[in-house]
Write a protein of this length. Structure first.
Length: 142
C-alpha cells in the first residue's frame, strides 16, 4: 500500500467520530414546563462540538456524543408591549447564568447509561429581577 493510501485510510477511519446517543427529557422552571428554549450539551473536550435540542412545551430531544457533558439551558419570553429592535421584539431571559453560561449542570452519556434527563429548575425572585431584557443579538434594553 502506498503512503498516500495509508494516510487516506487512516483519515477515513477517523472521520466517523464518536457515536451519538438520543437523549430526551423535560425542562421545568418553578414547577411549570418551559414553553420554548434550547438545551445545549457541551463536551469537556474543546475539540468536540456542542449539540443542542429545542425545548417545546417543556420537552426536548437531542443527539449527543458520549461522555460527561455540561448542560446549558436558555429560554426567553416576549414581554408585553415590548419594543422592537431590528425587527425582533424584546424578550426577557428566563434562565439565570447558573443554568447557561455559568452552568454546573452535567450529564453522563454512553453505553448502559440513562438517556432521559429532566431538569427541574428554580429561579428566585431576586434572580428573576436581575434577568435582562434583550432584543436583537447583543442589544440589551434594560
Amino acid at each position: 500500500m502506498t503512503r498516500a493510501a495509508v494516510l487516506l485510510a487512516g483519515l477515513a477511519a477517523g472521520c466517523g467520530g464518536p457515536d451519538l446517543y438520543d437523549v430526551r427529557g423535560r425542562v421545568t422552571l418553578n414547577g411549570e414546563p418551559v414553553e420554548k428554549g434550547v438545551v445545549r450539551f457541551v463536551p469537556a473536550d474543546p475539540n468536540r462540538s456542542a449539540e443542542a435540542g429545542t425545548i417545546r412545551d417543556g420537552a426536548y430531544t437531542a443527539r449527543v456524543p458520549p461522555g460527561t457533558l455540561r448542560v446549558e439551558i436558555t429560554a426567553s419570553r416576549v414581554e408585553p408591549d415590548a419594543p422592537v429592535v431590528e425587527g425582533t421584539p424584546a424578550a426577557r431571559a428566563l434562565m439565570p447564568p447558573r443554568y447557561n453560561t455559568a452552568s454546573a449542570l452535567t450529564v453522563e452519556v454512553g453505553p448502559g447509561r440513562p438517556t432521559e434527563f429532566d431538569f427541574p429548575l428554580t429561579v428566585t425572585p431576586a434572580e428573576e429581577a436581575a434577568l435582562k431584557v434583550v432584543g436583537a443579538p447583543g442589544a440589551v434594553l434594560k
